[in-house]
Design a protein around this ligand. Structure first.
Ligand code: IMP
Length: 198
């Protein structure tokens, strides 16, 4: 079974491959599958953007495509950066710039509750789709802690383990993360072929 991951984000590719890998599954990245061109993510929700990405790749390549759309919702910012997480500080902003903007925005706020959200969608060549959502609750710190991660990981504190996402191993993060939860739900539907397909 050939599955193309509809993302160019190296960290997402690593996490998704780790979570979806298994016997008989050929997992390819966008680059490996020869896909080129931009995908316009103009949806208002994680569900819409995840579907847009998977559908575009599936239609173009005629294969099963799997996409993750994810982001960080911060309560004291009214849910921002939300679906704009990747471009919070501007269209081509780096992770560091987005993180600096977040730290400025929460400075002086006492309510630091936040959650990561991930929505995984598979689109099949015949147009059917499977969607699963995962969330992880945490708190935004005042400064970065940990390294070897991406996005907002260094300031997202997960209380049950007493660590930021950036201080966790891949296994620790996958066990509790939004993407880990979404992929496990997704895998149940996808590989066991439960009747959740639309
Ligand atoms: P997307 O690629 O359009 O789904 O944008 C997702 C953005 O949300 C990323 O660029 C990160 O800024 C943020 N994000 C999503 N998942 C994570 C995570 O696991 N850790 C840190 N940041 C994340």
């Amino acid at each position: 079974m050939k599955i193309v991951l509809a993302t160019n984000n190296r960290h997402k590719v690593e996490e998704l491959t780790h979570l979806l890998a298994g016997e008989g599954r050929e997992i390819r990245t966008l680059a490996e599958s020869g896909f080129s061109g931009e995908i316009v993510e103009d949806g208002a929700t994680f569900e819409e953007n995840s579907y847009i990405k998977a559908r575009t790749v599936s239609e173009r390549l005629g294969c099963i495509a799997v996409a993750d759309d994810s982001g960080l919702e911060v309560d004291c910012l009214g849910g921002a950066p939300g679906v704009h997480s990747a471009r919070y500080a501007g269209e081509h902003a780096s992770d560091a710039e987005n993180l600096d903007k977040l730290l400025d925005a929460v400075c002086g706020k006492t309510d630091r509750r936040a959650r990561f959200v991930s929505v995984i969608t598979a689109v099949f060549p015949d147009g059917r789709r499977i969607t699963a959502r995962g969330e992880c609750e945490g708190k935004i710190l005042d400064e970065r802690r940990g390294s070897g991660s991406f996005g907002y990981d260094p300031v997202f504190y997960y209380e049950p383990l007493g660590k930021t996402f950036a201080e966790m191993t891949t296994e620790e993060k996958n066990a509790v993360s939004h993407r880990g939860k979404a992929v496990r739900r997704f895998a149940e539907m996808f590989f066991l072929d439960k009747p959740a397909r639309e």
